[in-house]
Design a protein around this ligand. Sequence first.
Ligand code: ZN
Length: 87
Amino acid sequence: MSIRAKALRYLRNERVRVVSAATPAGELRPHEVTAYVQGHAERHTVRFAAGVWSCTCLNGGCGYVASVQLVTGWQGAASLLPDRPPA
Ligand SMILES: [Zn+2]
């Protein structure tokens, strides 16, 4: 299963919960994010800070990070289109 398919599945199954997102004035996406994503066995914490995404699953390019990127406007492994501003 592709990372995009995994990320969309987490979103579709309501496994993604953004608990904090800070967006600087005039920006269109947050520069600081904390989110929880419920995996099969455990809940993972996804964070975005200082331009770096991290996840407690410790896997590079995981579907948890990708799902949070999709709902916060950041280009990532699950992105379908080149980066563009919201319509
Ligand atoms: Zn992860």
